[in-house]
Every structure is written in structure tokens, then in C-alpha cells.
Design a protein around this ligand. Structure first.
Ligand SMILES: [Mg+2]
Length: 367
């Protein structure tokens, strides 16, 4: 099999609910980048990356120039066994892991199609039939967040990420965590996420004020060192997200004792190949994993579901149905949430069919 053409689209994704986070960060309409890799056998592999610039050191319009840089290595190459080609990319162009993420997903899609197997079979074998989802709650008034949590609870959701810090009012954050916990009762997982936006002082005050509750904290501060101090001062379990993006940072989070859980997002690490290596390291380190991506629609969602389904379910904290938060759906036949859980596709490769009418004509074609 040989790669013959690269096509790329920019697609605006609009959230069903605008997301408000700490430090004025919002997520409303964000551009996602879709990549198609065509081959001489007629098979097409699909990839997607939707970098949120305030989350990753990356932006959507940076993907196409990076893909153009890597195109000479892609065209004419054999896509089967993506890690061989990814290693060549890394020698040719350092960094730019977000752009490589979309290409890596597309290469895995082609590899799965060549093997006539769903990707979970190639990423470790199927370990679970369905996986738990979390529901992310935008940072608004505490009573409104409790209402959103209760509505999601009634649909079967049992894990709730409470965005904190949008009004820089630590006492409001205490109310958010207390009211969401009360709304969903004992048992479900509730965690407060500052997206790096808190000082260690404010995060410690919030953590101590809710320390009588079953609460996890997520990425309160901008550095692993400050997150570690909050973890030590509050005694509350902690999930790392923004700070955990490669082998060194996973080891650092573990060494600081603040990585009870960690978000493994495909675009932070550089696609399925790199995130699979991170997954295997986390199995060794003992962290529970949220397997997901920064943002995106059905292609990114299908990719992360295959990695999640091939991971020991005892170590999967949750996965994310990104495509359920946004419109349009790029592949309307992709998986959707059911009673707070989700099932990966069973077809070869990613197992989804992107809708070319939704995509329209490509913005870039290289052949
Ligand atoms: Mg997070």
C-alpha cells in the first residue's frame, strides 16, 4: 500500500454549551482540522486534531503548514505500522505533535483497514465492552452547575468535572463543589478543574474547605511543583492534565506525588502511537487515566475510544465523547453516549465514515 494524496479541511465546531473556565478562557466555536490520506488501494485513512490555543501550544491553522513540511515523507510511503513513519517525521520536524497527531490517527486507520481489524484489536486487544464517560460542567453560577449535574445524572452520567475559577472567587468555587456533590449524592466521581488558573493559595483554601467531601482536584496551578504543593496541603487526590504531555512530565507528576489520575489527550502526546506509550507508562506508574483529546468531533472521538477500550478497565478513569459536545457531527454514524457510557466502533480501522457533504471541498490537497 502506498500513500497517494493528502487532503485537509478546516471545520468550525460549535459547542452546544459555551464553556467558561478560569482566567477568562472560553470554548465556544473552535476550528478542527480533518486530514484524509488516500492510497493506491482505494483505502482512505482519516485523522483529526482540534487544538485549543489556550490549552495547547498549538493552533488549528498551524496544522496545514506542518503537514506540508511532512508531505514529502508521506507521499509514496507505506502507511502500515504507523510508528515507523512517525519516527521519520520526528527526525524531519521536531515538535509539532498536534499536527503529527492527526496524521498518526489517519495512519492507524489505514493500518486497521489493511488488517481488517478494529483499532482496539491492534492497540492492546479489547479489554472492555463499554467505558464510563465524564460530563464537563461549564463554570457558571453554583446552583446552575448543580442543576446541569443533576440533569446529566438522570441520563446515567456518574462522573462530573466541575470547571472552577471563571470568576476568580475561591468561595464560589467551594460552593460549586459542594452543590454539585449534593446534587449527585454520594458515590459519583466529582472533580474540580481550574485548567492551571489558580494560585496554590486559592486552590489550597478551596481544597481545605471541601476536604470533608469526596472530591478530586484537577490541574489547579500552571506548574507540577505548585500542583504538588496543593496536593500535599489539601490531602485531596489530584488529576494532572495540561502539565502531563510527554514521558518526562508523566514521570515528574508521579515523582511529585500529585498524579493520582492523568488526562491522556491524543494531541498533547502526538496521536495514538505516542499516547499508547504514555498509556503503558501510566500502567506502570499507577495513575488512573482519562483517555481523550483536547477537543474535536467523531474522528478524534473514535480514535480515543479505541485506545480506551484496549486499556485495562481497572485503570481507565473515563473517556470523553467529544463529538457529543459539538456540532456538526463529522461522522454521524460515530458512537454516542448511552446511560453515561460509550462503546467503540467495531468496523476495521477507526470504524467510522466521515460525511463528505459536511466537510465540503478540501482546503488543501497534496499529491
Ligand atoms: Mg482538564
Amino acid at each position: 500500500m502506498k500513500l497517494t494524496r493528502i487532503s485537509l479541511w478546516h471545520v468550525p465546531l460549535t459547542s452546544h454549551t459555551a464553556y467558561y473556565m478560569a482566567e477568562g478562557k472560553t470554548c465556544d466555536t473552535v476550528e478542527t482540522v480533518v486530514v484524509a490520506l488516500e492510497t493506491d488501494t482505494g483505502a482512505t485513512g482519516w485523522g483529526e486534531v482540534c487544538p485549543i490555543p489556550h490549552y495547547l501550544p498549538a493552533y488549528a491553522r498551524g496544522v496545514a503548514p506542518a503537514v506540508q513540511e511532512m508531505a514529502p515523507l508521506l507521499l509514496g510511503a507505506d502507511p502500515v505500522g504507523p510508528e515507523a513513519l512517525m519516527a521519520r517525521f520526528d527526525k524531519h520536524l521536531q515538535g509539532h505533535v498536534y499536527a503529527k497527531s492527526a496524521l498518526d490517527i489517519a495512519l492507524w486507520d489505514l493500518t486497521g483497514q489493511a488488517a481488517n481489524l478494529p483499532l482496539y484489536a491492534l492497540l492492546g486487544g479489547r479489554r472492555s465492552e463499554t467505558m464510563p464517560l465524564y460530563h464537563s460542567i461549564t463554570c457558571v453560577a453554583p446552583d446552575e452547575m448543580a442543576r446541569i449535574a443533576q440533569t446529566a445524572y438522570q441520563t446515567g452520567m456518574r462522573q462530573f468535572q466541575v470547571k472552577l475559577g471563571a470568576d476568580a472567587d475561591w468561595q464560589a468555587d467551594v460552593a460549586r463543589l459542594r452543590m454539585v456533590r449534593q446534587a449527585v449524592g454520594e458515590g459519583p466521581l466529582v472533580y474540580g478543574d481550574w485548567n492551571c488558573g489558580a494560585t496554590s493559595l486559592d486552590a489550597t483554601r478551596v481544597g481545605r474547605a471541601v476536604a470533608d467531601l469526596d472530591i478530586m482536584l484537577e490541574q489547579p496551578c500552571a506548574t507540577i511543583e505548585d500542583c504538588g504543593r496543593v496536593r500535599a496541603a489539601t490531602g485531596l487526590p489530584m488529576k494532572l492534565d495540561e502539565n502531563a504531555h510527554d514521558t518526562a512530565s508523566l514521570l515528574a507528576g508521579h515523582a511529585r506525588g500529585c498524579m493520582d489520575a492523568v488526562a491522556l489527550k491524543l494531541s498533547k502526546f502526538g496521536g495514538l502511537s505516542a499516547t499508547r506509550r504514555a498509556r503503558d507508562l501510566c500502567l506502570h506508574l499507577g495513575a488512573k487515566m482519562c483517555i481523550e483529546d483536547t477537543w474535536g468531533s467523531d474522528i478524534a472521538t473514535a480514535a480515543l475510544l479505541h485506545l480506551g477500550a484496549s486499556t485495562d478497565p481497572a485503570r481507565v478513569l473515563n473517556v470523553c465523547d467529544l463529538s457529543g459536545y459539538v456540532a456538526p457531527r463529522i461522522a454521524p454514524d460515530g458512537p454516542t453516549r448511552d446511560q453515561g457510557r460509550i462503546t467503540p466502533p467495531d468496523g476495521p480501522g477507526l470504524g467510522i465514515r466521515p460525511d463528505k457533504d459536511v466537510l465540503g471541498p478540501p482546503d488543501l490537497v497534496l499529491d
